[in-house]
Design a protein. Structure first.
Length: 277
């Protein structure tokens, strides 16, 4: 089989060429006795239909995409949400991600709840996907959120180390439970309002509903989150925004940090609250 230079470069970019059991990089110079493994991927047909859904992109290059997800958008198709998801939208902009990562969640290396807005990184190549997944498993991604919670935490700045797992009686919810997986959340109070506090929250782990569960367990539910005790009349979605995202670029190794300011619906909420000392 003969492969063109451009075909080989794409195979390298997509992570299908290994040299000495490690992903090859385009700049790599081969040495005598190097062991090369080449995998020619099958043509992948995804059942997920691309959809023309407007998205805001913060960054992209041949390996990664950083998207500012709007609230109300589910990340990937699942039972009850087969269309109208972030993945459907991404496939219309970047059809090549259909062959990256999981067939059902192409390109997706981490998620945000449907009601949460803000930054997500998406992989455009298999090499980037595998590298980012490893970064996440090693807890190397920097993920910082802004959240409005009910009440005022007794300790203004704190750290929560409490395992999170499936709720024993309500399978649609998560809870702090001894049989759950370790979940680490650090928070600091940015501003206090009458009845509420604006927190900056950094998570070291990425458990399902982690922030929402930890805040609820602390007695300070995320405002606008009826599932975990945060229902309020002036919010139609949870006040939770993925504000900062820091990663090591999967190819260059450069540290990249991205910022998304609070969207208008949440800044409007803050402007209507009464600040307190």
């Amino acid at each position: 089989m003969e492969l063109s230079r451009s075909r080989v470069q794409k195979l390298i970019k997509d992570g299908h060429i290994l040299v000495n059991a490690a992903f090859a990089k385009p700049s790599l110079k081969l040495q005598p006795n190097d062991k090369i493994k080449l995998t020619i991927p099958a043509n992948v047909h995804s059942d997920i239909i691309p959809e023309d859904i407007p998205l805001t992109f913060v960054y992209d290059d041949p390996y990664i995409i950083v998207v500012d997800k709007p609230p109300g958008l589910t990340v990937h198709p699942a039972r009850g949400h087969l269309a109208g998801t972030l993945v459907n939208a991404l496939l219309s902009y970047y059809p090549e991600i259909a062959s990256v990562g999981s067939e059902k969640r192409p390109g997706i290396v981490h998620r945000l709840d449907a009601g949460t807005s803000g930054l997500m990184v998406v992989a455009r190549s298999e090499f980037a996907y595998q590298t980012l997944v490893k970064q996440i498993s090693r807890r190397e991604l920097k993920k910082v959120y802004l959240a409005l919670v009910k009440g005022h935490p007794r300790v203004g700045n704190g750290f929560i180390d409490a395992p999170v797992g499936r709720h024993p009686s309500n399978r649609k919810q998560m809870s702090v439970i001894s049989t759950g997986r370790q979940a680490l959340t650090e928070y600091r109070t940015l501003q206090r309002f009458k009845g509420f506090s604006l927190l900056e929250i950094r998570i070291e782990t990425g458990r399902t509903h982690q922030i929402r569960v930890h805040m609820s367990a602390m007695g300070h539910s995320v405002a606008g989150d009826p599932q975990y005790g945060g229902r309020v009349s002036f919010l139609e979605r949870q006040f939770l925004h993925a504000h900062k995202l820091g990663i090591q670029h999967p190819v260059t190794g450069e540290y990249l940090e991205f910022v998304s300011e609070l969207p208008a619906d949440l800044t409007d909420v803050l402007s209507g609250l009464e600040p307190v000392p």
